[in-house]
Design a protein around this ligand. Structure first.
Ligand SMILES: Cc1cc2nc3c(=O)[nH]c(=O)nc-3n(C[C@H](O)[C@H](O)[C@H](O)COP(=O)(O)OP(=O)(O)OC[C@H]3O[C@@H](n4cnc5c(N)ncnc54)[C@H](O)[C@@H]3O)c2cc1C
Length: 382
């Protein structure tokens, strides 16, 4: 298994804690939560209690004040048990927006509840009419006295049905493109005009609560603008994107490792033509290829994390990590499923869940085509 050179004693200890927590609190419930289409709030609170949710939130705001490496540990451990349904990634991204851009008052108001799991967060960018082209969002947040009045609808929102706090992408100046975008924090409890629409049925990620959201003359105080100035939303989104892309890359890495592990266990047991499936040269070569891809991916993603930590990770390199890792993940799970034969297609086998969960990784967080567009722009300079 891959060796992350940055992992010191405290990272290993944290990984042990996360692994134990997932074994005890997640694994016994994984099938039920798949049927429910939801990971319950109670689980979030337990994750908060042991410090998982607030690992990188500053100590003065209820977190542990650790580096992003500790979040990476959690994303790896979650993916290594073959789950991508628990929407911690989105919750984590929301906390990073607040940590990076909120005023001290706003941090004190929102971060402690996000660290403890009292509040679950979502990020609402995508709309029925626009996904990749974020500058074209139609949702508006217009000033009226001391409040913003919000109108619009969002779709495909992870944690959408259970979110207590939403980082909403809206136009505070509908006539402007990127410069008209602001991030508004919406607290959903008893909020008039806010409603959750359909909980969306998906090909995979069955435990994930993905929903449509509607805002009809929703009023929030002007102090819910993230930061102090309107029109900063696009800049704020761009600044956080490298981290979001690395989260997806670590999830892709962990899921690929999980696929390899579960496949090794299967091919060592299953026999055909009087031999273990493992003993066919094709199986050994396929697994050798998969193991190599995972090692190479791990080295690249770790390098990106080191650069992020040093403040030197470029947007285009983060985009490379996103498209490459998710492409590798989809290849790996496909090869691993093939080695399971017909059993790989059966829902009761973990590889089948890994396969259907993997596909969306090439789509959300910026599609892989958009990633390639960003990379191409960076190399197409005179
Ligand atoms: C399970 C799931 C969870 C999600 N969670 C969230 C969430 O929590 N919050 C949120 O805001 N959104 C979320 N999304 C939305 C996701 O980010 C969008 O689906 C994604 O950004 C693509 O947008 P779109 O679906 O509108 O596709 P479109 O933008 O309509 O793209 C359609 C196709 O055209 C291609 N394309 C578009 N523009 C270009 C271009 N310039 N050059 C080349 N090709 C292009 C795309 O790559 C794609 O192949 C989620 C989606 C899913 C499926």
């Amino acid at each position: 298994m891959t060796n992350h050179l940055w992992m010191q004693e405290d990272h290993h200890a944290f990984a042990d804690t996360v692994r134990r927590f997932l074994d005890e609190e997640f694994q016994p419930n994984r099938d039920q939560w798949k049927k429910d289409g939801l990971v319950p709030k109670d689980f979030w609170k337990k994750a908060g209690e042991i410090g998982i949710l607030g690992a990188t939130i500053p100590e003065e705001h209820g977190g542990l004040g650790l580096s992003r490496h500790f979040d990476a540990v959690t994303f790896l451990e979650q993916a290594k048990i073959g789950d991508s349904g628990w929407g911690f990634s989105v919750h984590n991204i929301a906390t990073h927006y607040i940590t990076a851009f909120a005023t001290e008052q706003q941090k004190a108001k929102w971060l402690p509840a996000l660290a403890s799991g009292e509040k679950v967060a979502a990020i609402a960018m995508t709309e029925p009419g626009t996904g990749s082209d974020l500058q074209a969002v139609k949702t508006t947040a217009l000033k009226d006295g001391n409040e913003y009045v919000i109108n619009g609808s969002k779709t495909f929102i992870t944690n959408g049905g259970s979110a207590d706090l939403i980082v909403l992408v809206a136009k505070t100046d509908p006539k402007a493109a990127g410069r008209g975008v602001s991030l508004i924090i919406v607290e959903t409890e008893d909020l008039e005009g806010f409603s959750v629409g359909r909980r969306l049925e998906k090909m995979g990620m069955k435990r994930n609560d993905t929903a449509e959201l509607s805002f009809q003359d929703v009023r929030v105080p002007l102090t819910n603008l993230l930061g102090t100035d309107e029109g900063q939303g696009f800049y704020q989104l761009m600044k956080q994107l490298p981290w979001e892309r690395l989260i997806l890359a670590y999830s892709a890495l962990g899921a690929s490792q999980c696929a390899l592990e579960t496949t090794l266990a299967y091919v060592r047991e299953r026999k055909a033509f009087g031999k273990r499936i493992m003993d066919f040269q094709n199986t050994r070569f396929k697994l050798a290829e998969v193991a190599t891809k995972i090692e190479v991916l791990s080295a690249f993603v770790d390098q990106c994390l080191a650069e992020l930590d040093a403040g030197t990770l470029t947007a285009e390199k983060a985009a490379m990590a996103k498209w490459w890792s998710t492409d590798v993940q989809c290849d790996v799970v496909d090869e691993c499923l093939q080695l399971h034969g017909g059993y790989g297609y059966m829902s009761e086998y973990l590889i089948s869940e890994l396969y259907t969960d993997a596909r969306v990784q090439k789509i959300y967080g910026g599609t892989n085509e958009i990633m390639k567009e960003l990379i191409a722009r960076s190399i197409d300079v005179d």
